[in-house]
Design a protein around this ligand. Structure first.
Ligand code: 16G
Ligand code: ZN
Length: 534
């Protein structure tokens, strides 16, 4: 049974403000940090119920990612390091929204409907980002989890993907996993991958530094640690926007760079052909950029990282003569040129999923090897176990030629560098650096694999964004019925035109995307479609 008295006492401390309603969105609860304390407390309790049901450790991450510093958020991590299963999102929403008086009743409802054995043990791992509100809010999570008698481990400051990694490894049986082990794992995997590269000793493009804007977030101190574990003689990472002066995500970070299509305002004295990268506030997104010889800004976003990864994997599979199903998963935001390059030029299967990591992840895991990326820089590679075994055994097989074994070995090493649980800016950075190094490519070589169509994102404030409903991985509007035909009509006027609108899952706005042959046309198209939404 539930130990009601201590729960109710703590619930008073973390009381819900009247009328405050929130829902578990694309990536958990997110909003202005003030007034959200009860949500964190209750998610601590929900994590315990989930842990008892799954008989495994559940993670709770306190972060609002790329949102402004005054926001905060919370999301649950399931046993294998994946996002909370979708059927529990509604339970989370109801639990967050009931009054204090209804709290016990609501929890009992969850216990009954899910058939949870309250006598089971529970274990919850908690971590937070660097927001000023995060310490107190992670304490609220701890209070909630301990109120239900869970064993809690508070990891303090971590990037979101670090917590995913730790939860997945722990539940996988590695009970010594911790932050230190994370660095060792990725540092060793990266070094092993470079060692597979025979030309590593002679050519050394990694020797030139990569400059990383860490959005003044938790990624900064963590990336410094990772770099120390690898060694500056192997990779030279210069950390910018480390939180000493600027504000979290303000005029910097992956979201700013991608949406504004420009470099962070402060801190970078950009030089042509140098490699720059940006993380977001919790380091689960990565984009690269540089200046061309005319000093124009050049962005290499999630689409370009996906293309780089997929083509590299395809080449290694071919070299190793391994036949498995490789696929790339994108969203509607993927630039049309990237889709064309991957599918038509490189002959790699491409699937489209709804926005949000959980949707892409699911589609990716249907492939033997799935590369998924959102254009905004969130992505990773997933591999099926039997496929991984196939590659591993190819690396040592007597029947394979030396060259084929080498390629299989390199692919194994590469797959070790990526964080398969979730998009991870740090591990993705290492993966990109290793591929460029292996290919002897400059950032310019990489950026030239295809040329993006000019694109524009806009947002429209409307009274009620839920009146817009979409289908076909958000590429078509179904409601209101007149909207899609109107969009189609406008789009048809622009060469290479494409545009879609979708209600945001994280903000109270409708988002508009447009692309076409020139920036001028694209901007016009975005504006006209935005007007249709009003
Ligand atoms: C969240 C998602 C991100 C998605 C974004 C869309 C995760 C971890 N993050 O940040 O993948 O691109 O929401 O936001 O799933 P929107 O619905 O406001 O456009
Ligand atoms: Zn993030």
């Amino acid at each position: 049974t539930l130990n009601e008295i201590p729960i109710l006492k703590l619930a008073e401390v973390h009381a819900k403000p009247k009328g405050h309603q929130m829902s578990y969105g694309t990536a958990g609860f997110r909003g202005n940090a003030s007034g959200m304390d009860h949500v964190f407390f209750r998610m601590g309790m929900l994590a315990v119920l989930r842990s008892k049901l799954m008989k495994a450790t559940i993670g709770v991450m306190v972060t609002a990612s790329h949102n402004p510093e005054h926001d905060n958020g919370v999301k649950l991590i399931d046993p294998h390091g994946e996002m909370l299963t979708q059927s529990w999102e509604e339970l989370a929403t109801s639990l967050a929204n009931v009054t204090n008086d209804e709290l016990i009743k609501e929890m009992k409802k969850i216990v009954d409907s899910q058939n949870i054995q309250l006598s089971n043990e529970a274990s919850v791992f908690i971590a937070r980002d660097t927001r000023p509100s995060s310490l107190a809010l992670s304490q609220a999570v701890l209070d909630g989890a301990t109120a239900l008698g869970a064993t809690c481990t508070n990891y303090g400051l971590l990037t979101t993907p670090q917590l995913h990694h730790i939860v997945a490894c722990y539940n996988g049986g590695n009970h010594n996993v911790n932050e230190e082990q994370y660095y060792q794992h990725y540092a060793n995997a990266f070094k092993a991958l470079l060692n597979e590269n025979l030309s590593y000793l002679t050519k050394k493009p990694v020797g030139s530094s990569v400059t990383v804007d860490c959005a003044n977030g938790v990624g900064a101190p963590k990336l410094v640690k990772l770099a120390e574990h690898i060694g500056v003689n192997i990779i030279d990472i210069v950390v910018h926007n480390n939180g000493q002066s600027g504000k979290l995500n303000e005029n910097c970070g992956a979201d700013y760079v991608k949406v504004q299509q420009r470099a962070p305002v402060e801190g970078l004295n950009m030089e042509p052909d140098h490699r720059y990268a940006s993380f977001d506030g919790d380091a689960d997104r990565l984009v690269y950029y540089t200046l061309d010889s005319d000093c124009n800004f050049v962005l290499l976003d999630g689409d370009k990282i996906a293309a780089l990864f997929a083509v590299y994997i395809k080449e290694l599979l071919n070299k190793a003569d391994i036949n498995v199903r490789l696929g790339v998963v994108q969203t509607a935001y993927a630039n049309g040129s990237s889709t064309n390059y991957i599918s038509t030029e490189e002959n790699i299967e491409v699937a489209c999923a709804q926005t949000g990591v959980k949707h892409l992840h699911k589609v990716a895991t249907a492939f033997d090897i799935g590369v998924y990326f959102e254009a905004n820089g969130h992505g990773t590679v997933t591999v099926k176990d039997d496929c991984l075994n196939k590659i591993r055994s190819a690396a040592t097989s007597e029947e394979k030629l030396q060259e084929q074994k080498l390629a299989a070995n390199k692919l194994t090493a590469f797959l070790d560098v990526v964080n398969q649980t979730v998009g991870d800016a740090m591990s993705d950075l290492l993966a990109v650096e290793a591929i460029l190094q292996d290919k002897g490519w400059s950032i310019r070589d990489w950026s030239c694999i295809y040329t993006e169509l000019p694109n524009r994102q806009a947002k429209v404030k409307v009274a009620d964004r839920t009146v817009i409903e979409t289908t076909d991985a958000e590429r078509k509007v179904t409601k209101p019925p007149a909207l899609q035909p109107a969009i189609d009509k406008v789009v048809a006027e622009y060469p290479c035109g494409r545009s879609f609108v979708r209600p945001s899952g994280t903000e109270d706005v409708v988002r508009v995307y447009a692309e076409s042959d020139t920036q001028e046309n694209t901007d016009k198209l975005a504006k006209r479609v935005s007007l249709l939404v009003y």
